[in-house]
Design a protein around this ligand. Structure first.
Ligand SMILES: Cc1cc2nc3c(=O)[nH]c(=O)nc-3n(C[C@H](O)[C@H](O)[C@H](O)COP(=O)(O)OP(=O)(O)OC[C@H]3O[C@@H](n4cnc5c(N)ncnc54)[C@H](O)[C@@H]3O)c2cc1C
Length: 482
């Protein structure tokens, strides 16, 4: 079973995982609140089969079998082009509204596996176990999510110091079977609906804090893995009434590891700072960002078309202000597309033959959160009250009121009222609903905060020596001596 269907995915959820939602512990597979989200994720698995030509590739180790394109270990520009095409198709399933479709962490894990040279600096069994796990993910077509951020509350102290040191995930024991881990991690998008939690490094940690330097993966059903969900924003409505909220709430959770035993075969790094501190920087900026940037591009394409559609409803396309805002979104889209094309054109071997796009792609982290928030603001500005004059599509089937809806709530230029409602409901669900608001927060933080990304980018520029122009100009102009 290298490529699952939606039904196979649904069956795998009935495994006793511990998930708390609202005021109670829930049975994820059967809880009515999550039905829409589960259907939405199942749809993703069906989508990869529907678009098999783009989303699936031949399994290099098992002739005749297929695997998801996101699990390839890219070794050439051609591989990257194939992966790009597949990731783009996968993103189109939700037009980027699902951030944590399994291809995201698949790309991360494959990137980690491709960089065998980083693992070679640590104990050999780490890489052997990782490669075996990568194989397991291919064979089971597993849905992974990740929880990589330390659960630090007091930001005046470093993430592993003061009160934070006792909150976040660390190893507390080792026995003949594995390591025992305790503590929290933020967040796990899709956690309740995933098969596995992949835990790895986000930022380097200092020497002396080895107990926190852990990379492992664990099935979400493992005893002691406790997920505390945020409120669910999925709604029980038709797809026409709530195109995103009815299917695409990828439920986030805070994860508590309550003395969880992680078997050694799943422990890839246990306190080895040479591996832990180099892995993310050696993979994420070029590799992971290919997936996230393609999703952002697909979403911006959709947002541009959505905003144009909103403006057509009210015939406001000719307003200079509207045209300017549409041009603004299109500029974000073009810049994103150009960044991807540029980084793919400058792709290179990062080590051990791992062929990733250029790391400059990660600069999108410094601007994309602001762009995504701005897009939502533009939708509100262009849409105005129309975003709320949106009768349910089902109301048009009620003869008592339907004629009045058609008379008083049409679009401009002869657009039927049903079409106006469809477009405006979609726009509201994209930018204004509870889920739309959560998706905006996701865009602001899922790759760390924009502030931290900008600070990091500046530090890299300083380290790489991208400076000195002022001194040179002064010297050449005779302002100071050469
Ligand atoms: C909806 C959602 C889903 C997510 N899903 C996942 C997931 O599945 N897996 C995962 O691992 N993570 C996930 N994350 C990311 C993670 O949970 C954090 O949000 C992220 O790492 C940023 O940390 P923070 O929220 O503490 O914000 P911070 O980075 O601390 O920023 C908060 C604000 O404080 C300021 N700030 C604080 N400290 C600094 C500093 N040192 N330097 C600069 N500015 C600072 C910034 O201005 C910033 O705006 C998700 C986040 C959200 C919102």
């Amino acid at each position: 079973m290298a490529v699952r269907t939606g039904n196979q995915y649904i069956e795998s959820l009935d495994d006793g995982r511990e998930v708390w939602l609202g005021n109670k512990k829930i049975d994820v597979a059967h809880d009515p609140l999550l039905r829409g989200s589960i259907g939405g994720m199942a749809g993703y698995f069906d989508w990869q089969n529907e678009y098999a030509d783009e989303c699936l590739i031949d399994d290099p180790e098992k002739p005749g079998e297929k695997m998801n394109v996101s699990l390839m270990l890219p070794k050439s520009a051609e591989d990257l082009a194939i992966r790009h095409r597949g990731l783009e198709r996968l993103s189109r399933y939700s037009n980027g509204m699902l951030g944590r479709t399994p291809d995201y962490v698949n790309v991360v894990l494959s990137g980690h596996t491709a960089r065998s040279d980083i693992w070679a600096r640590g104990k050999p069994e780490g890489y052997e176990r990782l490669a075996k796990f990568h194989r397991e993910v291919i064979d089971g077509d597993l849905a992974l999510t990740h929880t990589i951020v330390h659960a630090n509350i007091d930001k005046s102290a470093p993430p592993l110091a003061g009160m934070n040191s006792d909150l976040t995930l660390r190893v507390v024991d080792r026995n003949e079977n594995g390591i025992v881990v305790r503590g929290g991690k933020v967040l796990a998008t899709l956690g309740p609906l995933a098969d596995e939690l992949y835990v790895y490094s986000s930022a380097p940690i200092p020497s002396g804090a080895e107990e926190y330097a852990l990379i492992f993966s664990i099935p979400v059903k493992t005893k002691g893995v406790i997920q505390i969900c945020r409120d669910h924003y999925g709604v029980d409505a038709s797809v026409a009434d709530a195109p995103f909220s009815s299917r695409f709430d990828e439920q986030d959770s805070f994860v508590i590891f309550d003395d969880v035993e992680v078997p050694y075969e799943r422990v890839f790094c246990d306190g080895d700072l040479t591996v832990y501190n180099n892995l993310n920087a050696g993979v994420s900026p070029g590799n992971t960002l290919q997936q996230t940037a393609i999703r952002a591009m697909v979403k911006l394409e959709f947002a541009y078309d959505l905003c144009s559609s909103i403006a057509k409803v009210t015939n406001s396309l000719a307003y200079p202000e509207t045209a300017e805002m549409l041009g603004e979104i299109h500029a974000y889209l073009t810049l994103t597309r150009s960044a991807i094309v540029g980084a793919e054109a400058r792709a290179h071997d990062w080590g051990a033959g791992a062929f990733f796009p250029h790391r400059d792609l990660s600069v999108l982290r410094c601007v994309m959160p602001g762009w995504m928030s701005r897009v939502n603001q533009i939708i509100r500005v262009i849409g105005g009250h129309n975003l709320l004059c949106t009768p349910s599509l089902e109301l048009f089937e009620n003869p008592e009121i339907a004629d009045k809806l058609r008379k008083y709530l049409p679009g401009s230029n002869g657009m039927p009222a049903e079409e106006r409602a469809r477009i405006m409901r979609m726009a509201w669900d994209f930018a204004g609903s509870a889920l739309g608001s959560r998706v905006e927060l996701y865009e602001m933080f899922y790759l760390t905060s924009q502030s931290r990304a900008r600070i990091g980018d500046h530090m890299n520029a300083q380290r790489d020596g991208e400076w000195g122009q002022v001194r040179e100009f002064m010297q050449k102009s005779g302002i100071v001596a050469e």
